[in-house]
Design a protein around this ligand. Sequence first.
Ligand code: COA
Length: 261
Amino acid sequence: MGDLTYIKVERDDELAIITIDRQDKLNALNSEVVREIGQAFDGVRDDDSVRGVILTGAGEKAFVAGADIGELATMNSMTGVDVSRSGQDVFRAIELFPKPVIAAVGGYALGGGCELALACHIRIASEKARFGLPEVGLGIIPGYGGTIRLTRLIGLGRAIELTLTGEMVGAEKAQTLGLVSSVVAPDALMDEATTLARKITSKGPVAVRLALESMYRALDTATADALGFESSAFGLLASTSDMKEGMQAFLEKRKAEFKGA
Ligand code: COA
């Protein structure tokens, strides 16, 4: 995977745990961190032994406290476009990742950190997590897909309020808004994320992948085309040995052993 300075990639059986570790800056995303996040995901994409990813931030205080403001302060209108684009590309690759990606948010998820969590498929938070998009207070807007993904996730009115006020919300409010799916005690965060990930990785990997693809495609596609994709995926799954195994296991009242084929 090459040398990574700010990212740790660990294995817990079939899970890859990707940890952003730049604790002296609350895991803020400079361009190197963004690049390394992309590299870490690339490194586990084609590894068939990895069936799911948990993305988290190192330390007690932050998931990611945003894009690196020191670095952003030097941009001009041309480099600004590049900064936004390169972050968007990495975050889009996470959104389109063929294995489930769970964000385990233990502290600040602000600006680019909130956008990073939004690019993951599921978000769970500790009681200490804080979410917000403070960009307008810095004279910019969320530029890593946040204006689009937050709106899709929690609805236009609530997304506008969060984005225009730049206010932070705690974990409980984030759950009420639909920004996170569950809130757990800080000590339980990684265990809960692992349990949730394993619930998913015990299912058929090809089915999980195609379910994700069908749902994300539907966001950008006319209903008739989205339904067409769903049917094709359904048909494709009927040709997998995993479908035979899943149904056979049900009929034989045993746990299915999926192979991802
Ligand atoms: N970019 C660059 N550095 C950041 C950062 C960011 N987004 N967020 C935190 N840091 C740095 C601080 O500058 C500080 O560095 P220093 O020790 O060299 O001075 C270090 O991380 C610790 O942060 P600090 O502000 O001292 O911690 P705190 O507990 O007092 O406050 C926050 C925590 C998250 C409220 C505060 O750091 C903050 O507001 N950060 C910026 C959030 C933001 O606007 N993000 C969106 C960017 S687009």
